[in-house]
Design a binder for this molecule. Structure first.
Ligand code: ZN
Length: 191
C-alpha cells in the first residue's frame, strides 16, 4: 500500500490491484507517475500486496466493505472476511476516501474489457462514457452477478461518489494499455 501524487485539492482517486493477480493497474500507475510526477490525481498503485486475488488473510478486498448487503460467505476466492472492514487494506481505503473526499474514484481491474459504474449521478455516467470512448470497451452498469460488500456499492451506491471499475484486457501486452489508460488519467486530471 502506498500513496503518491502532488496533492493540493484532489478530486480523483485511482486504485490499482484491489486483486493482487491483476497487476496491470500498478504497472500503468507507476509508468504514468514517471512522466507525470506533478499529477493532481491521488493514486494507490497497489492495494493488495499479495500476488493472488485475495489478500494475505484470504479475503477478497472487493467484498470486505461495510455495505448494507455485506454478508459472511464461504472461504473461497470471493471470501468477504470475518466482518465488514476486517482487513487493514479496506480500512486504508476508507480512511483515504474520508481524507480526500474525492468526487470520482477509478479502480483498475482485469480481464473483462468493460467500464462498469456504480451510482446514478450524471457525473458517473459522463465519466464512464468518456472512458469508454477512449479505451473502446462498452459501458456496463451491472457486472452481472451479486457483489456483496463491494467497493462500488460502498462508494458509488451508498456514498454517491462517481465510482468506476475499469476492467482491462489481460490478453494484450500491458505496454499497449499505456496509451489509452494514460489518456484516461489525463482526462481525469481536468476534474
Ligand atoms: Zn479485480
Amino acid at each position: 500500500m502506498e500513496k503518491v501524487g502532488n496533492i493540493k485539492d484532489p478530486s480523483v482517486l485511482v486504485i490499482g490491484c484491489f486483486h493482487g493477480d491483476e497487476p496491470q493497474g500498478e504497472f500503468l500507475i507507476k509508468e504514468y507517475l514517471k512522466i507525470n510526477p506533478n499529477t493532481g490525481l491521488v493514486f494507490i498503485p497497489r492495494l493488495n500486496s499479495e500476488s493472488t486475488r485475495v489478500n494475505k488473510n484470504g479475503v477478497d478486498l472487493n467484498r470486505n466493505f461495510p455495505t448494507a448487503n455485506w454478508k459472511e460467505s464461504g472461504r473461497d476466492n470471493y471470501y468477504g472476511g470475518s466482518a465488514p472492514a476486517s482487513e487493514e487494506e479496506t480500512k486504508f481505503v476508507i480512511k483515504t476516501v474520508e481524507k480526500y473526499n474525492p468526487r470520482i474514484i477509478l479502480t483498475l481491474h482485469a480481464p473483462y474489457k468493460i467500464v462498469n459504474y456504480d451510482g446514478e449521478s450524471e457525473l458517473v455516467k459522463e465519466v464512464a462514457a468518456k472512458i469508454s470512448e477512449i479505451i473502446k470497451y462498452p459501458v456496463q452498469k451491472d457486472i452481472g452477478y451479486p457483489t456483496p460488500g463491494s467497493f462500488g456499492t460502498w462508494a458509488g451506491v451508498e456514498r454517491n461518489i462517481a465510482t468506476i471499475t475499469l476492467e482491462l484486457d489481460d490478453e494484450v501486452d500491458v505496454e499497449l494499455l499505456k496509451e489509452p489508460v494514460f489518456k484516461i488519467f489525463e482526462m481525469l486530471e481536468k476534474y
